[in-house]
Design a protein around this ligand. Structure first.
Ligand SMILES: CC1=C(CCC(=O)O)c2cc3nc(cc4[nH]c(cc5[nH]c(cc1n2)c(C)c5CCC(=O)O)c(CCC(=O)O)c4C)C(CCC(=O)O)=C3C
Ligand SMILES: [Fe+2]
Length: 377
């Protein structure tokens, strides 16, 4: 048994009004070398929605759903919510936790895959929050494993793709799913250099690192489970529907390589490939972020319409009961010190590590920063 006295739900944070937009963007991009034009562009996405990101309300809803699930299971752990880049900030949440007597926290970061931005940066910000509050040695923070292949995270995507393919079949009469449809698994692009450094070096993941390998492995699981089976003839045969991993939300200077191809470039080529419909899966996102509302629902949908391609976007896990219950399972496997071989994982890559390996997801440009919940370098 590992004794924890609270769950720390660690979010990214987002603006909640027009006045928050610029200060929020400055928080996110401090020291990052993001070009001014890119910031203006992103500010415009937020301004379009009244300066309000959906992310904070998504996290409020997730917190409430986790509390309900914990109470239903009779588990006495409060859920404390803190963000990396906006109010409520991690440091404030941790200070309040300590004041209320909670000193052994198990963190859930709202991010499923391995990379600097999606794992290590959360761990660095935990370390920074303890330094800022002077609570090093007083408050202890562990973090649940990256959960890209946990059934709770994957099931909502399986439901969504199944539903999306059914929608395509009815909306585009006579479509042949095997030749005229395409499932696009979309995730956040990251610098190629960060991708290569994602995950432990000794696992030998190749150029795209653990980040790309994890997305590809989960996409395969989703396709295998969501593919319709044709019942005609002797043996039911699954329809072999083409799918592809694509990237979105590229930032940084144009001279710096980021993961490609971009979802819009791929959609623009679809008429030439004879594709008439796409199912867009926000595989890299745990809930409706600005990247989903703008980059997918606005931009990618527009590109699809311009090219005469029917497009449906699958829901994010959000507060899907399977996801909420899966997150509680992830906490409870740590509380119960459940052995690795008994932990659920739907791909060969997992279950991922509780304690990140030395050098895992380091950022070569920003240099070394202390991080919690990992092995000593
Ligand atoms: C992998 C990844 C995730 C997924 C993992 C996770 O979920 O944590 C993610 C999530 C998010 N990213 C978000 C917002 C932003 N990300 C930016 C910048 C960047 N993201 C990066 C990567 C990722 N980002 C990177 C490599 C940069 C370049 C600068 C840097 O190296 O840090 C910028 C600056 C402007 C721009 O450059 O686009 C903004 C505003 C929001 C909030 C959205 C909302 O408000 O709903 C969320 C959830
Ligand atoms: Fe981001």
């Amino acid at each position: 048994m590992t004794e924890y006295d609270a769950i720390l739900l660690a979010g990214f944070g987002g603006p909640e009004g027009q006045d928050d937009v610029i200060p929020f963007l400055r928080n996110v991009t401090r020291g990052r070398g993001i070009p001014e034009e890119r910031l203006e562009e992103v500010a415009h996405h937020y301004r379009h929605f009244g300066g309000v990101s959906p992310i904070n309300n998504q996290n409020r809803a997730l917190k409430a759903a986790l509390e309900a699930e914990l109470s239903f299971r009779g588990i006495d752990l409060p859920v404390l919510w803190g963000n990396r880049n906006w109010d409520p900030y991690l440091a404030d949440t941790i200070r309040e936790a300590h004041a209320a007597g909670h000193n052994r926290l198990i963190a859930i970061a709202t991010s499923a895959y391995s990379s600097y931005s999606s794992c290590r940066q959360y761990r660095e910000d935990f370390a920074q929050a303890l330094a800022d509050t002077g609570l090093e040695g007083e408050v202890h923070i562990d973090k649940v494993r990256q959960f890209f292949d946990h059934p709770g995270f994957v099931l909502p995507f399986i439901e969504g793709v199944t539903q999306g393919l059914a929608d395509v079949t009815t909306s585009v009469p006579g479509i042949d799913l095997a030749t005229e449809a395409l499932v696009l698994f979309a995730t956040h692009s990251i610098p190629s250099e960060d991708a290569a450094k994602s995950g432990p070096a000794e696992r030998g993941f190749g150029a795209g690192g653990a980040y790309e390998a994890q997305h590809l492995a989960v996409a395969e699981v989703v396709m295998a489970a969501a593919t319709p089976v044709v019942e005609s003839g002797e043996t039911p045969t699954p329809v072999d529907i083409p799918w592809q991993l694509v990237y979105q939300s590229r930032s940084g200077p144009p001279s710096m390589p980021w993961l490609e191809p971009d979802i819009n470039d791929v959609i623009a080529e679809l008429p030439a490939r004879g594709i008439r419909a796409v199912v867009i899966v926000p595989l890299g996102f745990v809930s409706d972020h600005m990247e989903v509302l703008w980059d997918l629902d606005t931009e990618a949908m527009e590109t699809a319409a311009e090219n005469g391609v029917h497009a449906v976007r699958v829901p994010t896990p959000g507060t899907n009961p399977a996801y909420v219950s899966g997150l509680v399972d992830l906490v409870m496997e740590r509380v119960g010190d459940v052995p690795v071989e008994e932990r659920p994982a739907l791909t060969e890559l997992g279950p991922w590590y509780d304690i990140c390996r030395p050098g895992c997801c380091e950022n070569v440009r920003l240099g070394f920063k202390p991080a919690l919940a990992g092995m000593a370098p």
